[in-house]
Write a protein that binds this ligand. Structure first.
Ligand code: GAL
Length: 808
C-alpha cells in the first residue's frame, strides 16, 4: 500500500552558524607543523619514532594530486589516473599551561580514507569513510606540564578502485584541537529549529545536549542570546538547568520579534550564542549562525520557499577543486559558488557524499540550497573496494554524524540517503530505505528525506516501495517524466540528476571514434545529433547515452510544475569519470564550467534562462577555414530578437520560438568580424562581437584580486590569455607557458581545463588550451609582495604584482 498521502509537507527550519561558521569556545585549527611520509611504516605510530627526515607540511593535504597521471594507477582514469597508496602524518605538540586541566579532543573534518589515529602510541580508532567528520577524545592519554605529545595518523587509500570519481588521498580537510571544561555543550550537541515562523514573531528552539563529566550533579545557568546580522542583540533568555547525569538534553525556546527570513536572494543570518555558566563562571560558549526559513514540496505544484513558488535550479558538484585536488580551500570553493551564482543556480547537490563543513558555511552565507547526500552505494558495490565493504558496520554512525553535523545549516534543505543505489532493484532496498530514513528522522525530523533513483516503475522500485521518502528524486529519463505522477501518485518529485552532456571549453567536434564501446542505440543518437553535415555543430548536442542535452533537460523540467526542480550533472568538470573517453582523458566532460573554472558556452544558456540580467553570448569563436560552414549560435535574454552580421553584412534576424533556448545561423566562414545585436521593442539591448584572431603574440594576465590576506590560505586566480597583436584572444593557441612566482606566495596549481592534458596540475608549466590557462597563487603566512611572471617561447611575456597583507 502507498503510505498516507501527503500532498504537502511543510518543513520549517532554522539553521545555525554565525558570520561565516559555527564557533565553539576552545576550538582551534590544528593544521600546521605536520610531518608527512608517503609509504607504509607501522613503527610510525610510536611516540618515539624518528620523523625528522619526513616532509613538513600544513594541512589540508592531498597527496594524490601531487603525483603523475598514469594509465597504470589502479584508480584508473575513472578515479583521475592519479596514485593512491598509504601515507602517514605525525604532529608533535605540547599543551598550553592554561589548558592543562581541560578535556582535549581532536576533530577531523575528513580523511580519505581508512584513517587510523594514535596519540602517544595509544590507538584511538579507525574511520573507513573518507568523507565523514569525526572526533577522538585525547584526554586520558595526554602528557601535561609541557611534555611532548605525538599524534600519528595512518591513511590507507591503497585498495583501488574504490570510487567512481577522483577522491584525493590524505588529511584533505581541516583538523581542529578542542579544549573543553568538564561541563560543556556536547559535540554537535545543539540543534536549532524554528517551530513557529510568522511576520510578527518566530520561536527559536534549541535542543541542547549538555555534558557533565564532573561525576556529581551540577547547577548551570544557560544564557542564550540572539544577535542580528549587524551584531545587534535582538533576544535574550536565561535558564536554570541542573545536570544530573553525564549527558542531559534540554530544550530552550526564545521569541524573536519580526524575524527577517533567510533566502537564496537574501541569505540573512542571525547568530545564536549559547553560554554555560556554573557559579557565574563561563564554562562553555558556542555561536551558531542561523537562517530562518520555511519551505514545502507539493506533488502537483512542485516546490515553494518562504511561501513563494520556486523552481530548484541546481547543479551536482563533486568535491575536488581542480588543480588543488581534494585539499580543502575556502576561497577556491567560494569562487566555484560565485560562478554558479552568477549563472543563476540556486541549489547544489553535494554528490554523492558529505561535503567539507566550509562548503556549507559558504552556501549559508551566499544563498544556496543544498541537497546533502550520504551515500553512493549501500551493501551492493559499484567498485571492488568501495564503501559497500564498510556499509554494514558503519552506515548508522556515518549517517547519524552527517545529520548531526549539518542540521543547523540553513542551506541544507534535504537529506539524500543515496544515489542510484542498486538495492532499488531488490527487496533489501525496502528494508534499508526504512532503516536509513529512520536514522535521519531520529536526528532531524524537520527536513525531507530523498534519494536519487533511476527505476521509474513503482512495482520495480523497492526503495520507493518503502514509502518513507518525502521526495522522490529521479535521475535522467526525461522522456518518462510524465509517467512519474502516474506511477508514483501524490509523491513529491524532483529531477535529482539530469543532462550529462559532454563538452570541452572552446572545442566542439567530439570524436565519434571514442564512442566505439557504446551500445548501438547510443551511437545512433550521437550520429543523429552530433555528426551532422556541418563540421562545427556539436554544441550542447552530445551527451552520455543515458543523458540528454542541457536544453532538452532544462526544457523538460521547466515545463512541468510537478517537478520541484533539477540538479544538472555537473556544475564544474571534476577529476575522474571522463566517460566515454579512454585514457589520456582523466577528468570529466560534463561540467557547465571547466576544471579550471572557465565557463563553457552553455553557461550562458543557463544565465539567460535562470537570471533576470540581459544576456547575449555568441559561439563558437571565429577562426575557421575559409568556406567551412559553421553553425553560429546565440544565447540571449531580455530581448525579442538577435541580428547577426558578418563583416557588416546582415545574416538575418532570429527569434526564439516554441521554448527554444538559442537561435542559430549557418554561416560559411569568412575571416573578419562577426557581431550580434539583441533588441527589445526595436531598441538595442546588447552587442557582442568576435573577431578572427591573428597569430599568437602576447600573454595577457587578469587576476581576481590584487590584495591577498596572509595566514588564511588565500588564493588569487590568474587567467592567462594568449592574444594577437590587437589583443584578441587566439582561440586555437596551445603555447607552452612557464610560471614563475616570487615573494610572499607560491604557485598552488596550474590548469588549462583540458580533460586529457597529462602534465602536472601542480607543476610550473602548462600548455594553454584554446587560448587560455589558469594559475592559482596562494599567499604565504607573511605579509609582502608576490610577483608572478608568465612566459612562452615566441610570445611577449607578462608579469603582475600582488600584495599580501596581514589578516585582521
Ligand atoms: C550518473 C551518476 C553520476 C555520474 C553520471 C555520469 O548516473 O549518478 O554519479 O556517474 O551518471 O553521467
Amino acid at each position: 500500500m502507498f503510505k498516507a498521502l501527503i500532498f504537502c509537507i511543510l518543513f520549517c527550519l532554522f539553521g545555525v552558524t554565525l558570520y561565516g561558521q559555527e564557533q565553539s569556545l576552545g576550538r582551534t585549527l590544528f593544521n600546521d607543523q605536520w610531518k608527512f611520509c608517503l609509504g607504509d611504516n607501522q613503527d610510525a605510530k610510536s611516540a618515539d619514532f624518528d620523523d625528522s627526515e619526513w616532509r613538513k607540511l600544513t594541512l589540508p593535504h592531498d597527496w594524490s594530486i601531487e603525483g603523475a597521471f598514469s594509465k597504470e594507477h589502479p584508480a584508473t582514469n575513472q578515479g583521475g589516473a592519479l596514485p593512491g597508496g598509504v601515507g602517514w602524518y605525525r604532529k608533535t605538540f605540547s599543551l598550553p599551561e592554561k589548558d592543562e586541566e581541560k578535556q582535549v579532543y581532536i576533530d577531523f573534518d575528513g580523511v580519505y580514507r581508512n584513517s587510523e589515529v594514535w596519540i602517544n602510541g595509544h590507538y584511538l580508532g579507525k574511520r573507513p569513510s573518507g568523507y565523514t567528520s569525526f572526533r577522538y577524545d585525547l584526554t586520558p592519554y595526554l602528557k601535561r606540564e609541557g611534555q611532548a605529545n605525538t599524534i600519528a595518523v595512518r591513511v590507507d587509500n591503497s585498495q583501488q578502485p574504490n570510487s567512481r570519481w577522483y577522491s584525493g588521498s590524505g588529511i584533505y580537510r581541516n583538523v581542529w584541537l578542542v579544549f573543553k571544561n568538564k561541563v560543556a555543550i556536547d559535540h554537535w550537541g545543539a540543534f536549532v529549529t524554528t517551530p513557529k515562523i510568522a511576520n510578527e514573531e518566530a520561536i527559536v528552539q534549541q535542543i541542547t545536549s549538555l555534558k557533565n563529566l564532573t561525576g556529581h550533579p551540577v547547577a548551570t545557568d544557560v544564557r542564550i542570546t540572539i544577535y542580528d546580522q549587524e551584531n545587534r542583540l535582538v533576544a535574550k533568555e536565561q535558564y536554570r538547568q541542573s545536570l544530573q547525569d553525564t549527558l542531559t538534553e534540554a530544550t530552550f525556546q526564545i521569541k524573536l520579534a519580526k524575524p527577517i527570513l533567510w533566502s537564496v536572494e537574501n541569505p540573512y543570518r542571525y547568530q545564536v550564542k549559547t553560554q554555560i555558566f556554573v557559579n557565574n563562571q563561563l564554562l562553555d560558549e558556542q555561536r551558531i549562525p542561523v537562517g530562518i526559513r520555511y519551505f514545502s514540496f507539493n506533488a502537483r505544484k512542485g516546490f515553494s520557499f518562504n511561501g513563494e513558488p520556486k523552481k530548484i535550479l541546481g547543479v551536482c558538484m563533486h568535491h575536488d577543486l581542480g588543480a588543488l585536488g581534494a585539499a580543502v580551500n575556502k576561497r577556491a570553493m567560494e569562487r566555484q559558488l560565485q560562478l554558479l551564482k552568477e549563472m543563476g543556480a540556486n541549489a547544489i547537490r553535494v554528490s554523492h557524499n558529505p561535503p567539507a563543513p566550509e562548503f556549507l558555511d559558504l552556501c549559508d552565507s551566499m544563498g544556496f540550497l543544498v541537497m546533502d547526500e550520504a551515500f553512493d552505494m549501500w551493501q551492493k558495490k559499484k567498485n571492488k573496494f568501495d564503501y559497500s565493504l564498510d556499509f554494514e558496520k558503519w552506515h548508522k554512525k556515518d549517517l547519524e554524524d552527517l545529520v548531526k553535523r549539518d542540521r543547523n545549516h540553513p542551506s541544507v534543505f534535504m537529506w539524500s540517503i543515496g544515489n542510484e543505489i542498486r538495492e532499488q532493484f531488490d527487496s533489501t532496498g525496502t528494508r534499508l530505505t526504512r532503516e536509513l530514513t529512520a536514522i535521519v528522522k531520529e536526528v532531524d525530523s524537520t527536513r525531507p528525506v530523498t534519494a536519487a533513483l533511476t527505476e521509474t516503475h513503482f512495482e520495480k522500485n523497492f526503495i520507493a516501495q518503502a514509502n518513507t521518502l518525502d521526495v522522490l528524486g529521479f535521475n535522467y529519463k526525461y522522456e518518462q517524466y510524465d509517467s512519474l505522477p502516474i506511477n508514483f501518485p501524490h509523491q513529491n518529485l524532483l529531477a535529482s540528476e539530469t543532462t550529462s552532456a559532454l563538452a570541452t571549453r572552446g572545442h566542439y567536434d567530439l570524436g565519434y571514434d571514442t564512442l566505439r564501446f557504446w551500445p548501438p542505440s547510443a551511437k545512433e543518437k550521437f550520429v543523429k545529433n552530433g555528426n551532422s553535415d556541418y563540421t562545427v555543430s556539436a554544441y550542447d548536442q552530445v551527451a552520455a547515452y543515458w543523458g540528454t542535452s542541457h536544453e532538452q533537460a532544462w526544457k523538460a523540467v521547466k515545463e512541468r510544475d510537478f517537478l520541484a526542480g533539477l540538479f544538472v550533472w555537473t556544475g564544474f568538470d571534476y577529476l575522474g569519470e571522463p566517460v566515454p573517453y579512454d585514457y589520456p582523458a582523466r577528468s570529466s566532460y560534463y561540467g557547465i564550467i571547466d576544471l579550471a573554472g572557465f565557463p563553457k558556452d552553455v553557461y550562458y544558456m543557463y544565465q539567460s534562462e535562470w537570471t533576470a540580467k540581459p544576456v547575449l553570448h555568441l559561439l563558437p569563436h571565429w577562426n575557421w577555414k575559409d568556406g567551412q560552414v559553421v553553425d553560429v549560435w546565440a544565447y540571449y535574454s531580455q530581448a525579442d530578437e538577435v541580428e547577426l552580421f558578418l563583416n557588416g553584412k546582415s545574416l538575418g534576424i532570429k527569434q526564439k520560438k516554441n521554448g527554444e533556448m538559442h537561435v542559430s545561423w549557418k554561416v560559411p566562414f569568412q575571416a573578419g568580424v562577426l557581431n550580434a545585436v539583441s533588441k527589445k521593442n526595436g531598441q538595442t539591448v546588447l552587442v557582442k562581437e568576435i573577431q578572427t584572431a591573428g597569430k599568437p603574440e602576447k600573454i595577457q594576465l587578469k587576476v581576481d584580486k590584487s590584495i591577498m590576506r596572509s595566514g588564511v590560505d588565500d588564493l588569487a586566480f590568474v587567467t592567462v590569455d594568449i592574444v594577437d597583436e590587437q589583443g584578441n584572444l587566439v582561440p586555437t593557441a596551445m603555447n607552452e607557458l612557464k610560471f614563475d612566482v616570487d615573494g610572499a606566495g607560491f604557485l598552488a596549481g596550474v590548469d588549462n581545463g583540458f580533460q586529457a592534458d597529462l602534465s602536472s596540475l601542480k607543476g610550473s608549466s602548462k600548455q594553454a588550451y584554446n587560448g587560455k590557462c589558469l594559475a592559482i597563487i596562494q599567499a604565504k603566512d607573511i605579509a609582502g609582495e608576490i610577483v608572478l611572471k608568465v612566459s612562452a617561447k615566441g610570445l611577449e611575456g607578462a608579469a603582475l604584482k600582488l600584495a599580501v597583507v596581514n589578516d585582521e
